[in-house]
Design a protein around this ligand. Structure first.
Ligand SMILES: C[S@@+](CC[C@H](N)C(=O)[O-])C[C@H]1O[C@@H](n2cnc3c(N)ncnc32)[C@H](O)[C@@H]1O
Length: 222
């Protein structure tokens, strides 16, 4: 007997959109629904890379250790080098936290609209802002937690940290993935990351081994 045949769409976006919308409906996840909207609306966004298994693993690790070492309540979190706003979306969705607002800053103007689409479920509790993290006035942005999981992408970690008012709580991630060309500032060990950051108070320092590299994280205050 002949089976009805279906010609699959050639464009990966259509396949991914169908699948992700199905997973969003099944799981009830606002993050997954947001990724579906990004696939439909921002065809140039590198969302498959940003939400791959390793990226998600690093961000789940960040959430868990943040909760353990800094508690669950934040009025306003600023994420620097926030890319497509995935960490913000994952923090909003995590019911263990009580978060007033999250601002995601990135120097690349192309990511602002994508981050907004991804976090559209959160209305004005989420803002995406195009800015160079070295050019911000950290006394006026009003954040009680500063997150930077893009430390491997910035030229001078110490110079950036010196812009933050002393006593500011920070969560920082870097890695030893030297072979990736956009990683201009990797560290070879957790100890090197600690030395470069020179935090005044350290609440957590750890390494998460991935297949090709290690991710390092520091939580503390400047
Ligand atoms: C590839 S992404 C993030 C990778 C990281 N593993 C993560 O998901 O957190 C790095 C981001 O840092 C941003 N970035 C680099 N230099 C910056 C700066 N001076 N100010 C703000 N954003 C910056 C880039 O535009 C990019 O979107």
């Amino acid at each position: 007997m002949m089976h009805a045949t279906h010609t699959p769409p050639e464009d990966w976006h259509e396949n991914a959109y169908d699948l992700v919308r199905g997973i969003a409906a099944y799981s009830g996840s606002a993050v997954v629904a947001g990724i579906g909207m990004v696939i439909a609306k921002h065809r140039d966004a590198d969302i498959a890379n940003a939400f791959n298994y390793k990226q998600v693993g690093c961000k789940i690790w960040a959430r868990d250790k943040l909760l353990e070492s800094a508690g669950s309540a934040f009025d306003r979190i600023a994420v620097l080098g926030g890319w497509y706003g995935i960490l913000a979306a994952m923090l909003f969705e995590d019911a263990r936290f009580s978060i007033g607002a999250i601002d995601s800053y990135d120097i690349d103007p192309a990511v602002e609209e994508v981050a907004r689409t991804l976090n559209s479920a959160h209305g004005d509790r989420f803002r995406a802002i195009t800015a160079d993290m070295y050019a911000l006035d950290y006394r006026t942005i009003g954040a009680d937690l500063i997150v930077n999981t893009s430390c491997e992408h910035i030229g001078d970690l110490k110079r950036w940290l010196e812009l933050l008012p002393s006593g500011t709580r920070v969560l920082l991630q870097s890695n030893d993935y030297f072979s990736e060309p956009t990683h201009i500032s990797c560290v070879s060990s957790l100890e090197e990351f600690q030395t470069r950051a020179g935090l005044a108070k350290l609440d957590f320092a750890g390494a998460l081994p991935m297949k090709k590299y290690n991710r390092f994280m520091l939580i503390g205050t400047v």
